[in-house]
Design a protein around this ligand. Structure first.
Ligand code: FRU
Length: 453
């Protein structure tokens, strides 16, 4: 039976009920965008992992379908874990990790294949690789891509026997038989104990290796979430990633962002969805939406590119079709109310900005200080009720902020997507005020807002 859509939000992919985590199998196939996701339809915890399935013709509204993969076979009985999709000879191939746990709690990971001719029903073909020497059973999240040489490459998040994170590659001519190639890294850097959800983005002039390492210690303003997602730049060729040596950079500076995946659509755009989750279990369990029977959602789809040695992300242009009731504001000190559940706010800053402050529904505070070029986002932790911040040093001055928000979710794009903060928040329902203030000679704010519908 087709699951009833969950209407708590309109523009984010969210679980029809239960728990959602990573985006999986993103692809444009036979005229539709397919967005699969890690899904527990039975509860708001992580005990079961299916592949949920939504499709869209426009990346704005989604239709939900029956689960594409269910954890019912010997090779995936404890979870159809994350993976990816690729089209070949008109068929849709899904690669995913079958997670199996013994009675003693020991894990075995199988990299599995399921094939579909219509994008709606999937036939499982079972495991397609052999586990390599030198790596623990923490090996998962196959991302399969076609190389420039016509060969298929599968990259996998991995853990070496010495308990350090890595990413490995397999190669195949036919997507059915796979040969192990070893680590993709040309240079080895120790970065945590496990790398999850690896992805390679082939962008103009640069390849970007995105992954989610676990086990990084906080370093000042960096790595303050429980797990991080970030990237290296370089060149991916013949199954090897030739890293250019620039340090691992976080992809999103917010509180809730993890395990993103990208795909190239029919227009040639590289589009990314992330999971707006990953949080300590105390926070996950205390999430106010648990009472409504669901937790977590995906980020909005973002078009990614590179500029100035950085990954840049902007909401896909299709989201502009939602704009209604344009309102404009200008001045040095602005205040207004927003009675809408889904909302876009565009802010341009003129002149010499010394400080900029924004207070949103008496819950989220945004501040920029030109001294140190720090951009700071503050919110209330809903489990502890304490205020907490995430922040980043901008490359230059603050010029613009684009905010997309639904009732409990916010994505903040800074300076045309040079930096992004994704977060959940829970404001008092009756507080709908927004205020902004700027300091600095000749400075001013130009803002425009839209109800999204
Ligand atoms: C990342 C992850 C993946 C795994 C999946 C299981 O959030 O841990 O590595 O495949 O979630 O749901």
């Amino acid at each position: 039976m087709k699951p009833e859509p969950n209407r708590s939000m309109e523009y984010h992919v969210l679980p029809p009920k239960g728990l959602l985590n990573d985006p999986n199998g993103l692809i444009y196939y036979k005229g539709l965008y397919h967005v699969f996701f890690q899904w527990n339809p039975h509860g708001t915890d992580h005990s079961f992992k299916y592949w949920g399935h939504a499709t869209s013709s426009d990346l704005v509204t989604y239709e939900y379908h029956e689960a594409a993969l269910q954890p019912v076979d010997w090779f995936d009985k404890n979870g159809c874990y994350s993976g990816s999709a690729i089209e070949h000879d008109g068929k849709l191939y899904l690669f995913y990790t079958g997670n199996v746990k013994s009675e003693e709690g020991e894990r075995t990971s199988y990299q599995c294949l399921a094939v579909s001719e219509d994008g709606m029903s999937f036939k499982k073909l079972g495991p397609v690789t052999r586990h390599p020497e030198g790596y623990t059973q923490h090996m998962r999240d196959p991302k399969v891509m076609r190389g420039e040489d016509g060969v298929f490459y599968m990259i996998l998040g991995a853990q070496r026997d010495d308990l350090t994170g890595d990413t490995v590659a397999y190669r195949s001519e036919d997507l059915l038989s796979w040969e192990f190639m070893g680590s993709i890294m040309s240079v080895r850097e120790k970065l945590g104990y496990m790398w999850e959800c690896p992805d390679i983005l082939k962008l103009k002039g640069k390849d970007v290796f995105v992954f989610s390492p676990q086990g990084l210690e906080p370093e000042g303003y960096r790595f303050n979430n429980i797990f991080q997602t970030g990237y290296y730049m370089g060149c991916f060729q013949g199954g090897r990633f030739h890293w250019d040596g620039q340090p691992f950079e976080e992809l999103d500076r917010g509180f809730e962002f993890y395990a993103p995946q990208t795909f190239v659509d029919e227009k040639g755009r590289t589009i990314l969805f992330g999971w707006m989750g990953t949080m300590p279990s105390e926070m996950e369990n205390a999430m106010p939406t648990v009472k409504e029977g669901w937790v977590h959602h995906l980020s909005l789809p973002r078009e990614v590119s590179t500029a100035g040695g950085k990954l840049v992300q902007v909401p896909v242009e299709e989201l502009r079709s939602l704009r209604h009731e344009k309102k404009e504001y200008s001045g040095r000190n602005i205040g207004f109310e927003i009675p809408h559940r889904a909302y876009e706010l565009g802010i341009r800053l003129e002149g010499n900005v010394e400080t900029f402050d924004l207070l949103y529904r008496n819950e989220i505070k945004i501040r920029f200080e030109a001294v140190g070029r720090r951009f700071i986002v503050e919110r209330t932790n809903w489990a502890t009720s304490l205020r907490e911040t995430r922040s980043v040093t901008l490359d230059g001055n603050l010029k613009s902020i684009e905010i997309y928000t639904e009732e409990t979710s916010m994505e903040i794009f800074i300076n045309s997507g040079e930096e992004v903060f994704s977060l959940r928040y829970f404001a008092k329902e009756d507080d709908r005020k927004v205020s902004m203030e700027i300091e600095g000679a000749g400075s001013g704010i130009e803002a425009v807002s839209y109800r999204l519908e």
